[in-house]
Design a protein around this ligand. Sequence first.
Ligand code: FES
Length: 137
Amino acid sequence: MEALCAPPRAEPLFDTRFPVSKDRIPPDRKTMSDWIDVVPAAELATDDHRIVDIDDTAIAVFNIEGEFFAIEDLCTHDYGGLAGGCVENGQIICPRHGAHFDIRTGEALTPPAYEPVATFPVRIHEGMVQVRDDRDD
Ligand code: FES
């Protein structure tokens, strides 16, 4: 299968100068530990992803060979967005400088990144892929 990726870009996808407003999140989704609907599971193809914002955190949810995983959409090297990078063999390649991360574990696999990206729990509920930010639980 051909890798899903975007052309290289010089600027981060996630611009921290303009954080996502909490006002964009519906009132019933503001609790950090709530499960957030992402996409119907049947609509997310292998190696594809969707991004959701939960309290100013961009989270990318991936389908890797029929299993779903979520990582923060923020490279630990220089804070560029990861989503849109090539996805190959369960790894995402940062589109800015080429660091590889394991989508299942968040582990940084190659320089110039050395720190893992945050991972988040994912579940399928009534056919819907859901994610939650459990870091403050
Ligand atoms: S910003 Fe990702 S490798 Fe540099």
